[in-house]
Design a protein around this ligand. Structure first.
Ligand code: GLN
Length: 217
């Protein structure tokens, strides 16, 4: 039986995740109401704007039920803004920004720079066989710090960013010095999965396949 995976449909690139989930072997439905949470085996928090999604979660009275569902073990995949929403701690948050939490990480919002610094790259990701995953970074966060129970699945190749030829100002001498120098851009903690980047807009469903496998576990 195909698992039923919801895509939080308040704001962001909902349609692309629905399509990628279907390719990855799930039945995808959009989620806007608290009652819809009961019908899903897993949930995707799409990219968009984390501050806006946070506000809408509260307006739609989804914030508390979703927080509780995550704490109770609902598998969730957060992409970009979704990663921010899953993080326990956020650097660069707006003063009233809240997160659903669950993932023991500190993320830095807009870490790679502004909209103009968005870029496409590819990342080697543990648990995703078949070579590097094409990845779009759009005003993306990175994971600044991961707790002991968090598995790091992917890092950028360089400290500043993985794509642009020009390293970020804080790249430092370690830039390009090897894998350990890279920023953390994909993590897993139990049934929670998060990526800084958007795999759903590059036509490669392997990250969604990993999430479907996690949901089936
Ligand atoms: N910068 C956005 C935020 O803070 C995330 C961008 C994205 O999801 N593409 O929510």
């Amino acid at each position: 039986m195909k698992p039923v995976i919801g895509v939080l449909a308040l704001q962001g690139d909902v349609r692309e995740h629905v399509a990628a989930l279907e390719v990855a072997g799930a039945r995808a439905i959009t989620v806007r109401r608290p009652t819809e949470l009961a019908a899903i085996d897993g949930l995707v928090l799409p990219g968009g704007e984390s501050t806006t999604i946070d506000k809408l979660l509260r307006i739609f009275e989804l914030f508390d039920p979703l927080r509780a569902a995550i704490a109770a073990g609902l598998p969730v995949y957060g992409s970009c803004a979704g990663m921010i929403l899953l993080a326990d701690r956020v650097l660069g948050a707006t003063h009233d920004q809240q997160t659903l939490g669950g993932l023991d990480v500190t993320v830095r919002r807009n870490a790679f720079g502004r909209q103009v610094d968005s870029f496409e790259s590819s990342v080697e990701m543990a648990g995703v066989p078949g070579g590097p995953v094409p990845a779009a970074f759009i005003r993306a966060p990175w994971v600044e710090e991961a707790g002991p129970g968090v598995q790091v699945l992917a890092r950028t190749r360089h400290r500043g960013a993985s794509g642009p030829a020009v390293p970020a100002p804080d790249a430092g001498p370690a830039a390009g010095a090897g894998e350990d120098a890279g920023r953390i851009v994909a993590v897993r903690q139990g049934t929670l999965l998060a990526t800084s980047f958007h795999p759903e807009i590059t036509g490669d469903a392997r990250v969604h396949e990993l999430f479907v496998a996690i949901v089936k576990e």
